[in-house]
Structures are given as C-alpha cells and as structure tokens.
Write a protein that binds this ligand. Sequence first.
Ligand code: PCA
Length: 222
Amino acid sequence: MLAVPNPAVRSPLSVLVTGFDPFGGSPVNPSWDAVHALHGRVIAGHRIVGGEIPTVFGASLHRLQALMEEHQPRLVVCMGQAGGRPAISLERVAININDARIPDNVGAQPIDLPIVPDGPAAYFTSLPIKAMLQTLLDAGLRAEVSQTAGTFVCNQAFYGLMHLLGQPRWQGVRGGLIHVPWLPEQGQPSMRLAEIVRGLELAIGCALATREDIRKEAGALN
Ligand code: PCA
C-alpha cells in the first residue's frame, strides 16, 4: 500500500509514482515492486511517494485521484506491467476506450466502452519522453517510445490521469505512463527489477530536469 500520509516525511515537492497490483494470475507485478523500492527516496529535491493502484477499471482511477489529492504532487508517473515487451516503454498516447482482453481483478471486462463519455479520443503524455528515452539508452537500459498503452486498465488510468491534469486546479502538473517488462521469473522477454528501478529513477530525474522535450525521432536516439 505505502503512501501513508506521514507529515514527517511530506514535502511540498513531491512526485507521485504508482504501480499496479498483480493481475492475470501472476503473483507479482514489477511495476509495483519498482515503485515500492523507490518510495521515500529523494530525486532532484523531490520526495517520491509510491502508491499501489488496483488493477480494476474505475477503482484504479478513484485511487489515483485520491493519492493526487492527498499528496499534491508536481509530477505523476503511473507504472504498469506490459508482459511480452522487451523494453521500458515510455507511453506517448492514452486513448478513450476500454476494451479488455482479460477480466480485471474484480471480474469486469468492458468491451468498446469510452473511459470518459464525450471526452476527446486521446490525450498525449506531458512527460518529456524523448529526453527520457535518451537518458535511459545512455545508461545502457533497453527503452522505447511506445505509441499504444493498450486498452486495458493501464491505458484507462493514463487517460484518466491526463483528463484530470487538464483541469485548471492541476495546472502545471505533468504526468504520464511507463510500461515495464516482466521480471525474469514471470517469463521472457524480461528485465531485472534493479534495472527497472534504475530506469524509473533516471526517468523521473530527467522529467524533473527537462522543461521542454528534445525533438529527435526515437530511432535516431539509439
Ligand atoms: N498492466 C496492465 C494493467 C495493470 C498492469 O500492470 C495494463 O497494461 O493495462
């Protein structure tokens, strides 16, 4: 769970980082393990607040919003597992659709339903994903810009996050979604937890330091 509201460790400059609970029959979710490892660290003068989000349509968004209200972060990075992907995926776009391949953790399986009825078809991340990509590649980590976050709970949280961040009260707060590969014990392709944690740490540091993203085609950064 983490994210305990402890005034002693609260900082006016916080970064909210969320991970999802295990789903789809797996006993672990590396996104949560990585967030757990980073909770409480300070990166570029910002305290990292880690929170767990249920892999449940609707409830995940409510939890995310509650964490944002509680911690008033400057930056929000949602993390999720994308089994089968070989690299840390910096997600560019969230789309306004729930189309579940498998049931979520309470058995819901929405098909072709909008996340926000009458909302825009898509939102782009406000994270500097090209600069983050460059930082991760320079550190020798496998990383990519991804053009789809899927249509399951992670995309829903990402869309909901960007929808919220568009409201005046969250003006100036940036956010987005990062997908991570399986851990070695879950299957292949995989990435070790230490690499995922390092990648997340570097990505957050880069996002805090970068106001304007670099403008380079992703393939040119390799
Ligand atoms: N990955 C799923 C939901 C929770 C998670 O970690 C997804 O990509 O939608």
